[in-house]
Structures are given as C-alpha cells and as structure tokens.
Design a protein around this ligand. Structure first.
Ligand SMILES: *[C@@H]1O[C@H](CO)[C@@H](O)[C@H](O)[C@H]1NC(C)=O
Length: 201
C-alpha cells in the first residue's frame, strides 16, 4: 500500500506542478465525458477484474490472506492510479511522466478553468453529489436543516417564479422611507438617511 500512496502523492503533486501541460487537440468536453464513461461499473468484482486486467504488477498469490485492502474505496484508489500512470515510460528515466502522464493526457484543461488537478476533479465530484442531494425530493425523515436547504435551493433555481415575481419585493424594501437613489424616480436627498433605510430593510 505504501507504494500506491506514494504514487498517488506523486501524481497529485505532479498534476499540480503540471498545470498548463495539457493537450488541447481533442475537444476537452469529449475527453472529459470519455473519462467518466471509461470508469468501470460499481461492483467490487468488476473493479477487481479491471485492476487485474490493467495492472502490470503480478496479483498476490493468495488475495484472502494478503495484507491488501479490498474495500470499494481502495479499489477506486487503485483504479484512479492505474488510469493515471503511463506504463510505457520507464519510471527510473522520467518519474513524472510515468506517474502522471496518462492523467495529464486524459484530463485536458476545461475551457472554463485556468488550472486543473486532482483537487479540481474532487471539487467537481463533491459539487455533483451535493447537487444530487439538493435535487432529491424532500423526504419525511430528512432533518429540518436539510429540508430547509432543499427548499432554498429549489427556490433559487426556480427561474419562472423569480421572473414572474420580478424586483417588486426588493424595490418594496429599498423604497421604504426616503427611497434609494439609483431606483427611485425623481429621488432627492432631502429626508434620506442611509442608516434608517438599511435598518428598516
Ligand atoms: C506515454 O509515454 C509515451 C512515451 O513518452 C508517449 O509517447 C505516450 O504518448 C504517452 N501516453 C500517454 C497516454 O500519455
């Protein structure tokens, strides 16, 4: 396992150091979609099979007794490493290219980013999981804060309601007592007191 963690660390550091080395030949969106499509199915047996197929290292003689982690998380980490390594490079000649070459080739800089690394991929995954939670309909067993956050999120993305409501509510708040310079027609400073307006809003 120590070896695997070393590779992971090298790859994370390498991908941070390797910002800007990305190939832009293929459409980044396509390569990004391909990257997710290539991820193997979520069953442990499938993952193990995939690792055995891709890994150039000989499998341990007896998996059951070997001191090796076979949880799904460990297998996912192994797969991520296998998908990052460029095995056609000799690690003694170019360790960076060996440990991270394939990751760099498979993860071009998305058009919306000026940098891209393992950390950005993780952030994207966390955002997707969070969005999945927020868009799951409210369940009776949800905790109250979860219900509230789901409701707030649903309201935030309800563009139809936002459009139909318009700015009436905000303008109502801003025009209390003296109005607001930028939005009140024929506004005059007389009688306007910023503190009063802010306090009442
Ligand atoms: C792996 O390294 C070889 C030799 O440097 C290079 O020709 C090849 O394009 C690399 N493959 C990937 C996927 O980066």
């Amino acid at each position: 396992m120590a070896k695997i963690y070393f590779f992971l660390l090298a790859c994370i550091l390498g991908s941070v150091a390797g910002i800007g080395k990305y190939s832009r030949e293929e459409s980044p969106e396509k390569r990004w979609a391909d990257y997710f499509m290539r991820r193997p199915a979520s069953k442990i047996a499938d993952k193990l099979e995939y690792i055995r197929e891709k890994s150039p290292f000989a499998p341990p003689k007896n998996d059951i007794n070997a001191d090796i982690c076979f949880t799904e998380e460990c297998l996912d980490a192994s797969i991520a490493l296998l998908q990052s390594i460029n095995f056609s490079v000799n690690p003694c000649e170019n360790f960076f290219e060996f440990s991270c070459g394939k990751w760099l080739a498979d993860n071009p800089l998305p058009p919306s980013s000026s940098r891209w690394s393992h950390f950005d991929v993780l952030v994207q995954e966390v955002n997707e999981v969070t969005q999945g939670i927020l868009t799951t309909p409210e369940k009776p067993e949800d905790f109250k804060p979860v219900k509230q956050v789901k409701e707030l999120y649903t309201q935030c993305i309800d563009l139809a309601a936002i459009e139909s409501e318009g700015l009436a509510l905000v303008i109502g708040i801003l025009t209390i007592d003296g109005g607001w310079p930028a939005i009140t027609p024929n506004w005059t400073p007389a009688g306007f007191d910023l503190l009063t307006v802010v306090a009442q809003a």
